[in-house]
Design a protein around this ligand. Structure first.
Ligand code: NAD
Length: 290
């Protein structure tokens, strides 16, 4: 069992830190929000007054933060306070370039760094069944396996530093595009006056089946857009995808279209809603605002 520092106890980090406590690890967390830290204490963990205090003495340091700026803001403190040879696992979704930079700077100071973005949403975090795509060395991946086992079900080393973020970009490309198409399917069926709930049940049993249809079709039909995964975060991810595609010299036309629909959702003030709220943009394109 390890001493673990956990920075970022939001929608995802909070249940993940709880699973690590239950797996027998000694978890000290830090978040800017007091409520988040109270949740960790209630789950049996400890809270710290800052990043440095949480990181001191930890064998494994974890971050689960919104985006590049927050990860880059806490990383110098992690570097400055981590024990020599400590393992740093960043579960946040950020750009591959930033992950590669953290790995380089960490290696220069004896910090072993893995980028390990996750998929599975809040439900996947709560149920400890996340999919985890890991970039880094085989040795560090194996050292982090007890952490991955506590929070996830499918985890794979997909390449060197930054590789996990490329796979996560691919994941968000498929998730965003699928939401856009499910939204169009709903708008079409409702406008045609057919039973959309029954229709989606049939879709979910055929070739169009997907996790999104399984988990989200009822809430989308009910226009329940409580997050979950916020439009703001998916907007950030679409930026990562388009940037990664440009860097790899490939065209992702469906991704570019999805990025515009998500940007429209955000521009219409839906940034704080779940990404299934893409449905609101799709409806609006057909003059069918709900
Ligand atoms: P969130 O906003 O709910 O949580 C982030 C937490 O980080 C917040 O509690 C915030 O207070 C804290 N924080 C921000 N800056 C900090 C700092 N400097 N020091 C300490 N704490 C700080 O976000 P989330 O939904 O948990 O997402 C976290 C990451 O996981 C993102 O990169 C997101 O893209 C990714 N992700 C989210 C989901 C999802 O369904 N929510 C799914 C997969 C991946």
């Amino acid at each position: 069992m390890s001493r673990i520092a956990f920075i970022g106890l939001g929608v995802m980090g909070s249940p993940m830190a709880g699973h690590l406590v239950r797996a027998g690890h000694e978890v000290t967390g830090f978040d800017l929000g007091q409520e988040a830290m109270a949740r960790l204490r209630a789950a049996g963990g400890a809270s710290a007054a800052g990043v440095a205090e949480a990181v001191k003495g930890a064998e494994i340091v974890i971050t689960m933060l919104p985006a590049d700026p927050q990860v880059e803001a806490v990383f110098p403190e992690i570097l400055g306070s981590a024990e020599p040879g400590a393992l740093y696992v960043d579960f946040s979704t950020i750009t591959p370039q930033t992950s590669q930079k953290l790995a380089r700077e960490g290696a220069a100071r004896g910090l072993r760094v893995l980028d390990a973005p996750v998929s599975g949403g809040e439900k996947g975090a709560v149920d400890a069944v996340l999919s985890i795509m890991v970039g880094g060395s085989r040795e560090d991946f194996e050292a982090a396996t007890p952490v991955f086992e506590a929070v996830g079900r499918t985890f794979k080393l997909v390449g060197p530093a930054g590789a996990g973020q490329y796979v996560k970009a691919a994941n968000q490309l498929v998730v965003g595009g699928t939401y856009a198409l499910v939204a169009e399917a709903i708008v079409l069926m409702e406008a045609a006056g057919v039973d959309a709930a029954a229709g989606l049940d049939v879709l979910a049993g055929g070739l169009a089946a997907s996790r999104i249809l399984d988990i989200k079709r009822e809430s989308m039909l009910a226009r329940d857009f409580r997050p979950g995964f916020r439009i703001d975060l998916h907007h950030k991810d679409m930026g990562i995808i388009l940037d990664a595609a440009r860097g790899a010299d490939v065209a992702v036309p469906m991704g570019a279209l999805t990025a515009q629909l998500i940007a429209a959702a955000r521009a219409r003030g839906h940034g704080g809603l779940d990404h299934s709220a893409l449905l609101k943009v799709t409806e609006s394109l057909s003059g069918r605002d709900s």
